[in-house]
Structure formats: structure tokens, C-alpha cells
Design a protein around this ligand. Structure first.
Ligand code: PEP
Length: 261
């Protein structure tokens, strides 16, 4: 699509999901050690631990260049919403990013495109960048509805104020998450090209052409090189393999020495 796409700086983001205790911070230290020994200046790195670890992770990552993100936020800044956490609170705890609309939250908590949209706006309000997740289920793929689903999710979930500087889109086929299955590189290229085209309609060509599009779903050290260099893929959202520093670093290091523009 747009001519700037080859100059997009990639992002490798780790989503720890509901995993991690204080002892897991050792993985962050191990990741820092690996990066200190063999840096990967070609890509940005983000780790999204559970909210309970944000403050300690922020301390552990100080000065490392590894950014910190959260996995969800409430649309409102504060108020009577027991158990919820606002984007402002996440920023206060040291986060610079938040994942919104992950398929597990859409499924477990009935999140709709409208609520994801409100959460993304909350992220912008708090100065966080939003990683907005979209992706089709296995049945939708079987029905040949992938692009239609993605279009609907993008139209509903991406707010008007979205810009390349505050928004990342993660394409995560639901059937690929945690399953060990992945789409073919050709399928990923088709969907990512489609997403960039849709974003161009929604946000304009200038923003779309430099907005990062991550692929997510069973990215592992063994398939990272194959998936990360697909056209219009500007990084990865990594679940299970982000829990171990060695695996996460191995995925990230697919970018080492590779020109990404
Ligand atoms: C995810 O849940 O965002 C994800 C990509 O998970 P996994 O890498 O484990 O498939």
C-alpha cells in the first residue's frame, strides 16, 4: 500500500495474559540481559504483564528501553466500577500502552466493537497508545467471512482520533491464538493489506501508511522469520512465547541485522 510502509519501525509486544507473579520479573531481567548482550536496535519491545505487576515491572524495566503495557482498561477515568482499572491508572503505574479488544476479552467479557472503541479513546485520553485487536473465529474463516469480519471490527473499534502515533492494530485470528496453528504467510499478507486499505478509508492514507500492523497468534521462535517479514506486517503480538525471556528474545531477534526500512 502506501509508500511509507517499508519505513515503519517494527514492534514486538508480549501479552502475558493472566500469568505472572512477582517471581516472573526474573524473566524481564533475563530479557534485559539478553538485549544488553545482543541488542536488537531494529525493533521496539513492549511487555504487557498483568496489572498486579505493572508497578514492579516498571521499576524492573527502568532505563532498559523496554516499554510497558497493560492488557485492558475501563473507558472512564475513575468512578464506581469495582475491580476495573482506568487508562489513567495504567499510565500512573508506568504503562505507555494498553491492549484493547483482545479476542479473549471480547469472548469472556462480551466486549463489543463499541466498547473497544471507547477503551481505545480512553487510552488516547490518558496518553497511552492502544493496541486494538481484530480477528476472525475459525467458523468465520470457514464461512469465508474473514475480510468482512475484519472490516466490521475496524469500522467499529477504531476511533476517529486514531493516529499512527497512538494506535497499533493487531490482527489475531482467534483460531490461531494459543493453538499452535498459524495462517499461511500469503493469508497474513492478504489480511494485512486489506487492513491497511481499510485504515486508509477510515483515517486517511497518510496515517494508514505509517500505522503499525502486528500479526498475533502462535508466533514462536521457529516461525517468527516467516511471519514477521510478510508485507504489511510490522511486528508481532506474542502470547505464550512471551512468558519465557529466551523465546521472546528469539522472536525479537528475527529482526537483528535485518533491514526493515
Ligand atoms: C495473544 O493472545 O495475543 C496471542 C497471540 O497468543 P499466542 O501467541 O499464545 O497464540
Amino acid at each position: 500500500m502506501g509508500g511509507d510502509v517499508t519505513r515503519i519501525r517494527p514492534l514486538v509486544a508480549g501479552n502475558w495474559k493472566m500469568n505472572g507473579l512477582g517471581s516472573s520479573l526474573a524473566e524481564l531481567r533475563s530479557l534485559q540481559d539478553r538485549l544488553a548482550e545482543r541488542p536488537v536496535p531494529e525493533a521496539d519491545v513492549l511487555v504487557c504483564p498483568p496489572a498486579t505487576l505493572l508497578t514492579r515491572a516498571c521499576d524492573a524495566l527502568a532505563g532498559s528501553g523496554i516499554a510497558l503495557g497493560a492488557q485492558d482498561c475501563h473507558p472512564l477515568p475513575s468512578g464506581p466500577h469495582t475491580g476495573d482499572i482506568s487508562a489513567e491508572m495504567l499510565a500512573d503505574a508506568g504503562a505507555s500502552a494498553v491492549i484493547v479488544g483482545h479476542s479473549e476479552r471480547r469472548a469472556d467479557h462480551g466486549e463489543t466493537d463499541a466498547s473497544v472503541n471507547a477503551k481505545a479513546k480512553a487510552a488516547f485520553r490518558a496518553g497511552l497508545f492502544a493496541i486494538i485487536c481484530v480477528g476472525e473465529t475459525e467458523q468465520e474463516k470457514r464461512d469465508g467471512a474473514t475480510l468482512e469480519i475484519i472490516r466490521r471490527q475496524l469500522q467499529g473499534s477504531v476511533p476517529q482520533g486514531a493516529r499512527a502515533e497512538n494506535t497499533v492494530i493487531a490482527y489475531e485470528p482467534v483460531w490461531a491464538i494459543g493453538s499452535g496453528l498459524t495462517p499461511t504467510p500469503a493469508d497474513v499478507a492478504e489480511v494485512h493489506g486489506f487492513i491497511r486499505g481499510e485504515l486508509s478509508q477510515l483515517l486517511g492514507q497518510a496515517e494508514s501508511s505509517c500505522l503499525r500492523l502486528l500479526y498475533g497468534g502462535s508466533v514462536k521462535p521457529a516461525n517468527a522469520s516467516e511471519l514477521l517479514f510478510v508485507p504489511d506486517v510490522n511486528g508481532a503480538l506474542v502470547g505464550g512465547a512471551s512468558l519465557k525471556a529466551g523465546d521472546f528474545y528469539a522472536i525479537l531477534s528475527a529482526y537483528a541485522g535485518r533491514a526493515t526500512g
